[in-house]
Design a protein around this ligand. Structure first.
Ligand SMILES: *Cc1c(COP(=O)(O)O)cnc(C)c1O
Length: 425
């Protein structure tokens, strides 16, 4: 491997990254094929139709081997619909991680329910299956899991807990399209999945979300909730059928067809693009194997699990291996080498005022506590691994192409700083 003994760029040495990265970070990949599909829809005036969306849903479900996929205008909408569809309602609790984007949790407020946060496993940075069961109460209805930064949650124990207590599992697969858990695609394991397909995500189609399930009742409830124009798709014997025609939620969640048109094209290329991301990201982490202070955030090879499209890839920062160097100094030094990085990931949700103080609907108390018998708020100190993420998790470059000669420079940037950490203490 390249010589790491040269002086750090932050101390006046030469930068590790010297080459133009070209389009190695560009995402999504949009070609004339996407443009043609979008233009065709636009010219036909089909933006608010459902014909293209239904094709997209059929293909998306087929890819996963699932019975039902229902397009939504956002991932947030798909998750809210999923929560209602599994029966989350007034006074109910969901258990979910605090380390996530807010849409995993916050839609529960609109249903009159609330959230209880579980801590993460510090190595997977996904919800810790051992921190769930003791949080279950009479009010718990669902566990919402997130395959965080692409890493597949440990679904087997989570499904076992859910089954034991009669709970539903909602997968938020917004970070992990195409990821696998022990060989199975994420999004096919829980009772229902909601996921974002907005432009920043690994599967990116503009703004959009997808709900997936094998459960006809969950699918039909989601249809009733936010898709009034498609109620004729309800089975005539379904309990909702005679009560259909208006969206029960008072929400309109139809997917924009310029997005579904792009989605159909993206789908055709996703597996090969994902394979290249896998190759590139694994090359990056293989090159950093054994670097002090830094550990890959990826499932073990040969486990049948992997990180899918590696959305917002992270590494595990372990300062105790490099003299306790604070992450902020490490980050600054890696950036000085010309490599993008940053400390932490999403800010813990449980410490935000919306979870603790804000009375969204004028109930005279924080919305978090409405319809609850106890103060279930979780103050600073209650979720130690989640709270430590800002100090122990680090962003790494998200390579979309396998180009070793470019990636080598980014490997060098991290290695150089880690192996010369003493110079920064
Ligand atoms: C992006 C995201 C969402 C929300 O999706 P939108 O399409 O932006 O509404 C939900 N959950 C997670 C974990 C996300 O990252």
């Amino acid at each position: 491997m390249t010589d790491t003994s040269v002086q750090l760029a932050i101390l006046g040495g030469p930068q590790a990254v010297t080459q133009d990265p070209g389009d190695i970070f560009t995402w999504p990949i949009v070609t004339e094929e996407d443009e043609a599909a979008v233009l065709e829809c636009l010219r036909a005036g089909g933006m608010s139709g459902t014909d293209i969306t239904k094709e997209f849903e059929r293909e998306y479900a087929q890819w996963h081997g699932m019975k039902y996929a229902l397009g939504h205008n956002t991932g947030t909408a798909a998750l809210q619909a999923a929560m209602w569809a599994v029966g989350v309602g007034r006074g109910d609790q969901i258990i979910c991680p605090s380390l996530t984007y807010w849409a995993t949790a916050l839609p529960v407020f609109s249903l009159g329910g609330t959230m209880v946060f579980a801590d993460i496993d510090p190595d997977t940075i996904c919800i810790d299956p051992n921190d769930i069961e003791h949080r279950i109460t009479d009010r718990t209805k669902a566990i919402v899991v997130v395959h965080y930064a692409g890493y597949p949650c440990d679904m087997d124990p989570i499904m076992a807990i859910a089954e034991k207590h009669g709970l539903k599992v909602i997968e938020d697969a917004s970070h992990a399209h195409g990821g696998r858990y022990k060989g199975r695609l994420v999004g096919t394991i829980g009772h229902v999945t909601g996921m974002s397909c907005m432009s920043g995500k690994a599967f990116a189609i503009g703004e959009g979300g997808m709900l997936m399930t094998n459960d006809k009742e969950i699918f039909e409830r989601a249809l009733v909730w936010g898709h009034y124009a498609r109620h004729r798709e309800l089975d005539e014997n379904s309990p909702q059928a005679p009560l259909s025609g208006l969206p029960w939620g008072g929400y309109k969640y139809r997917m924009h067809q310029l997005s579904s048109a792009m989605g159909r094209v993206q789908l055709r290329h996703y597996q090969s693009r994902l394979d290249e991301i896998q190759r590139a990201m694994n090359y990056f982490w293989d090159g950093l194997e054994g670097t002090p202070g830094l550990k890959a955030h990826r499932p073990a090879k040969g486990s049948g699990s992997h990180c899918g499209g590696w959305y917002i890839p992270r590494g595990l920062y372990r300062p105790e291996e490099i003299g306790g160097l604070h992450i902020s100094k490490f980050v600054e030094a890696v950036q000085a080498e010309g490599c993008p990085t940053g400390a932490g990931a999403n800010r813990p949700l449980h410490l935000h005022p919306v979870m603790n103080e804000v009375d969204v609907y004028g109930d005279g108390k924080p919305t978090r506590l409405v319809n609850q018998d106890e103060d279930i708020r979780q103050p600073l100190g209650s979720l130690p691994h989640t709270e430590a993420v800002g100090d122990r998790v680090i962003g790494v470059p998200w390579f979309k192409h396998y180009r070793p000669e470019i990636i080598d420079e980014y490997i060098l940037a991290f290695r150089k700083v880690a192996e010369n950490a003493a110079a920064l203490l």
